[in-house]
Design a protein around this ligand. Structure first.
Ligand code: AMP
Ligand code: GLY
Length: 431
């Protein structure tokens, strides 16, 4: 099969690596890709939002399957475009990707179908939102309705902060049109877990759980980022919690989307908060998480293409998802200053340490590229805030963590920055 992956981050590198292991994959392309992805796929300089170019490229190269990794093109309807051109594509159509594309939509869906989530109100008028702030208790959470690179969520400890937040989102439009409408919701406390799943419109199969570290600094301090590191599985995601979520959240979401005439095919990412009253949905994403994919996919035993095709064909029921009985940890190497200001174009050294087949006996190490490219001399340089996702497996989380941190030392670039406490939670009380 000829396969085209759309996207350019660590998640797409992890997807590309899984695809490259599929016995049915013949030619693999990635648009636009990055320096690391070019080792497993042919990268083509077409942006993820250049729908027409992507479709004509897919026709020209006789692509049998397109995999859309990123949220923007999914929410913008890229899968619909491919389908209209008679090309099979993995990922939700536009009318289903709204599950991630609009927080107002997803909250209303959860309310209507009684799926556990934080209590909330929706506003498309800043004045009404400000009046509402007089009546709530603090902290409170403000969310821009649309996509905002994971940055459209403000946790406000006081009314003053919240008033400022409403102005930022709805009046100053810091997140652009994403802030035309906003959700104000109850603040929840608990541990967060990411659960990814494959969905074929009616059946849902859950992948191994993971946990992200969203803040830039150690001890969950500093600004929110796209994610500074992950581990999988999460020891906090117990069988009891899994049973609860299967009963009240997972299938309920898939059924709700089908009932609304928006059958969901692709990956649903459930961002869960494990509260004292039980698990509640923080957010839905309509794609693999980044950097969750980097710790979940290397542990998946199935042929990813077979699973994706089953999703497209509505045949997921016949697939048993299988994961290795081990653990993985991903530590993101960023450019110092991320997520605000950082330099690009800095040479990266030491990547040859990761050349070994990760499945070989002395393997188990992966260097997923997030923001990299080749310079004019063909040498890898940094090209983004998050640069690399150093991932290692181990027999358990502790071992995987040790391996991942060891491997972070193999790579060097100027201004290299990482958190030193990825997976610390797993070293503490729980195991
Ligand atoms: P989201 O993009 O909706 O996942 O929000 C980003 C982050 O904000 C989440 O991962 C949580 O850490 C935090 N967050 C979002 N909603 C809430 C909430 N209702 N209560 C507490 N924290 C929240
Ligand atoms: N790691 C969180 C996300 O992909 O949105």
């Amino acid at each position: 099969m000829n396969i085209l992956i759309v996207g350019s981050g660590g998640r797409e590198h992890a997807i590309a690596m899984s695809v490259s292991r599929s016995p049915v994959a013949k030619r693999i392309y990635c648009a636009p890709g990055n320096a690391g992805i070019s080792e497993v796929a042919q990268c083509v300089p077409i942006g993820a939002m250049e729908f027409e170019k992507l479709v004509s490229f897919a026709k020209e190269k006789e692509i049998d399957l397109v995999i859309v990794g990123m949220d923007d093109p999914l929410v913008g309807g890229l899968v619909d475009e491919f389908e209209a051109a008679g090309i099979r594509a993995f990922g939700p159509r536009k009318n289903a990707a709204i599950l991630e594309g609009s927080k107002a939509f997803s909250k209303e869906l959860m309310k209507k179908y009684r799926i556990p989530t934080a209590a909330y109100e929706t506003f498309d008028d800043a004045k009404k939102a400000l009046v509402y702030l007089e009546t709530v208790s603090y902290p409170i959470v403000l969310k821009a309705d649309g996509l905002a690179l994971g940055k459209g969520v403000l946790i406000c400890n006081t009314k003053e902060e919240a008033v400022e937040g409403v102005r930022t989102i709805m009046e100053d439009k810091k997140f652009g049109d994403a802030g035309n409408c906003m959700v104000i919701e109850e603040f929840m406390t608990g541990r967060e877990v990411s659960v990814l799943s494959f969905v074929d419109g009616k059946t849902i199969k859950i992948m191994s759980s993971a946990q992200d570290h969203k803040r830039a600094g150690d001890g969950d301090t500093g600004l929110n980022t796209g994610g500074m590191g992950t581990f999988s599985p999460s020891p906090f995601y117990t069988e009891e919690i899994d049973e609860y979520c299967k009963k009240y959240i997972y299938q309920a979401t898939v059924d709700a989307m089908a009932k609304e005439g928006r059958p969901f095919q692709g990956v649903i990412f459930f961002g869960l908060m494990l509260t004292e009253q039980g698990p509640k949905v923080l957010e839905y994403n309509a794609r693999f998480g980044d950097p969750e994919a980097q710790v979940v996919l290397p542990r998946m035993k199935n042929d990813i293409i077979e699973v994706m095709e089953a999703c497209i064909d509505g045949k997921l029921e016949g697939i048993d998802l299988e994961f290795e009985d081990n653990a993985a940890v991903c530590v993101v190497l960023a450019s110092d200053g991320y997520p605000l200001h950082y330099e690009k174009g800095l040479p990266i050294f030491g990547l040859e340490h990761f050349k070994k087949d990760p499945d070989s006996p002395d393997g188990g190490y992966y260097c997923f590229h997030a923001g990299t490219k080749f310079d004019e001399n063909g040498n890898p340089v940094t090209n983004g805030g998050r640069v690399l996702g150093i991932t290692a497996k181990g027999s358990d989380l502790k071992q995987a963590r040790e391996n991942a941190y060891k491997a972070t030392e193999w790579v060097q670039f100027e201004n290299k920055y990482m958190r030193n406490d990825i997976g610390n939670a797993i070293l503490q009380d729980k195991i």
